[in-house]
Design a protein. Structure first.
Length: 129
């Protein structure tokens, strides 16, 4: 049986899939939510800020060079993404979010081994179904 965080990841991806389908079907306004591009932009901002913020907590359990950099990367990422959300066009914003997701993934991968070696409870232990 899959772990619960796997299911939560899929559920968290649903708004991205939903907005992509709306774009494919040429649906630009969603009742109760507004413009599809704004819905996608706002959700991307929330998710990318959450991902950047999770690095703040990770730095507390790291013993490598990232322990120093992660809090700064976390704050700078969140502020830059927020400013991008306010100031950039939708097309540029999509590019910024795609790059930020990739960078955040690379940071996670770089710290994967060090996080696994800490005494902190793993996601598998915490959410084992």
């Amino acid at each position: 049986m899959k772990k619960i965080y796997t299911y939560l990841s899929y559920v968290g991806a649903l708004p991205f899939v939903f907005c992509a389908i709306c774009f494919i079907e040429n649906i630009h306004i969603l009742p109760l939510f507004g413009h599809t591009d704004m819905v996608l932009s706002a959700y991307s901002l929330v998710i990318s800020s959450f991902m950047a913020g999770s690095h703040w907590g990770q730095h507390l359990n790291l013993s490598n060079k990232w322990a120093i950099y992660l809090p700064f990367i976390s704050i700078i990422s969140a502020i830059f993404l927020w400013i991008s959300f306010i100031g950039f066009s939708f097309e540029v914003l999509l590019f910024v979010f795609a790059v930020s997701f990739l960078i955040l993934l690379l940071i996670d991968k770089a710290n994967e081994d060090d996080m696994a070696s800490t005494s902190m409870m793993t996601w598998e232990e915490a959410y084992n179904v």
